[in-house]
Design a protein around this ligand. Structure first.
Ligand code: GLC
Length: 437
């Protein structure tokens, strides 16, 4: 059994700890301009212009069964989809707004189809819900609002009542958690209470008081007691969610040092929504490394796909997912149901370790492929059998010392030396599976 003890929270993290890998999906009207999901803010787009996207949104190629298949092949065990992003457009049928997909050419509840398709593949379901809303008439202007630079911004802001907006959110979240069966994760995004505008005191950053976060949490838990809630409402809940950043050690509470349940969210190319001209796509190798680097310090990776406005994953996204699928097909055993290796094991040079949660198997990920020998200090007496994970082929090993005809011998009572083929096997990152004594 893993000896790491995490902070216990209200939601059920047991499946989440086993899952380790999930799919984030950012899909909304912003997929049409295809130049970042923040485009409305970045380009200060007026309501009138943005309405064109509402008018012409037509996801005629949306087939979430294909998405779910892709996710499953990639080894993703849960998926979190945007039900509403900062633009305010709802991808689900809500009785509290007209600004929703059912009123576009889509003509149907896109979230419902997502839920059905992914659930059918045995994938856990998560909803992303934006706290920020650039469409809602009661949402006060602030430093992120697309209308912030308008000459009459002050006038536009008059009479906006965040309390009414908070109620709107509760109503919508209630719908989301009542109408789609069991929901495993709710991912609120995000708080920025410190972001005030110095010369415009009425443009205030927003945080937990504005969202009436406690009330919202209470309601969420009353409907779905096991659900996992992330931390971005401004009150710590189940999940800590560093974004586009890879921690280098297990995320812990700064004051108490307690280990936390955490999830790194990452993109294939820098933007979350579909970005046609974005060219900084990560290499297959980097994608695989990110997953290993996350799990080896006890975290989950939520990797994002931004579908096109017509509703499919473009070739670049499919290629990235295929990279995961190929690697995971043979190596998922070192990821699913694994966590950080016990402190008694130190990773050999150029390697990352994970360990099965029952403690019986240790996985050495060869991030740098060594020549002929891999020396593992502190492993002597602990290894019963070793093999490559991808093909189940034996890896011979010696304990204690090896003579390399060098001046001295590589010696150490604790040392295990694995004999590796000179040519790196055909895997982006080969993995050695150790059956421990
Ligand atoms: C953010 C961004 C955003 C994205 C998200 C994912 O804070 O505003 O567009 O949805 O984080 O982590």
């Amino acid at each position: 059994m893993s000896s790491y003890i995490k902070r216990i929270t209200d939601g059920d993290t047991s499946w989440f700890d086993k899952a380790r890998f999930g799919m984030f999906i950012h899909w909304g009207l912003y997929s049409m301009p295809a130049r970042h999901e923040w485009v409305k803010c970045h380009e200060r787009i007026t309501e009138e212009k943005y309405d064109k996207y509402f008018e012409y949104f037509d996801p005629d190629l949306y087939n979430p069964k294909e998405w779910a298949k892709k996710a499953k092949e990639a080894g993703m065990k849960y998926a979190v989809m945007t039900t509403k992003h900062h633009e305010g457009f709802c991808m689900f049928d809500s009785q509290y707004t007209d600004y929703k997909c059912t009123n576009t050419k889509a003509g149907r509840d896109l979230i419902k189809e997502f839920v059905d398709a992914f659930r059918a593949e045995g994938i856990h379901i998560g909803f992303y819900y934006s706290l920020i809303d650039w469409h809602h008439p009661e949402f006060p202007l602030d430093c992120y609002h697309p209308r912030q630079d308008d000459d009459d911004a002050y006038e536009q802001n008059q009479g906006r009542d965040i309390k009414k907006y908070a109620e709107y959110m509760r109503n919508q979240v209630r719908e989301l958690l009542t109408n789609y069966g069991k929901i495993d994760v709710i991912w609120f995004d995000y708080s920025y209470p410190e972001k005030n505008v110095p010369d415009k005191p009425w443009m205030k950053g927003k945080g937990k008081e504005d969202w009436e976060a406690e009330k919202l949490v209470e309601m969420v838990r009353s409907i779905q007691p096991d659900i996992l809630i992330n931390n971005r409402m401004g009150i710590p809940q189940d999940l800590f969610t560093p974004e586009q950043y890879q921690p280098t050690k297990w995320v812990s509470d700064k004051t108490t040092g307690e280990l936390l349940t955490w999830e790194a969210s990452q993109t294939f190319s820098g933007s979350w929504g579909y970005y046609r001209d974005e060219m900084t796509w990560k290499s297959d190798r980097m994608l695989i490394e990110m997953l290993i680097n996350t799990v080896c310090i006890g975290g989950n990776l939520l990797m994002n796909v931004g579908p096109t406005s017509r509703g499919y994953f473009d070739n670049r996204a499919n290629k990235a997912l295929d990279a995961y699928a190929q690697w995971m097909k043979y190596n998922s055993r070192s990821i699913h149901n694994c966590t950080m290796a016990e402190p008694e094991f130190t990773a050999p040079r150029g390697c990352r370790l994970t360990q099965s949660s029952d403690g019986k198997r240790l996985y050495i990920h060869l991030m740098e492929y060594p020549y002929a020998y891999l020396e593992a200090n502190g492993f002597a007496g602990k290894v019963d059998y070793a093999q490559f994970l991808h093909d189940g082929s034996e890896i011979k090993f010696n304990e204690g010392a090896v003579n390399h005809f060098s001046d001295g011998r590589t010696e150490g009572e604790d040392l295990v030396v694995f004999e590796l083929p000179h040519v790196k096997p055909d895997a982006v990152v080969p993995v050695i599976e150790l059956f421990l004594k």
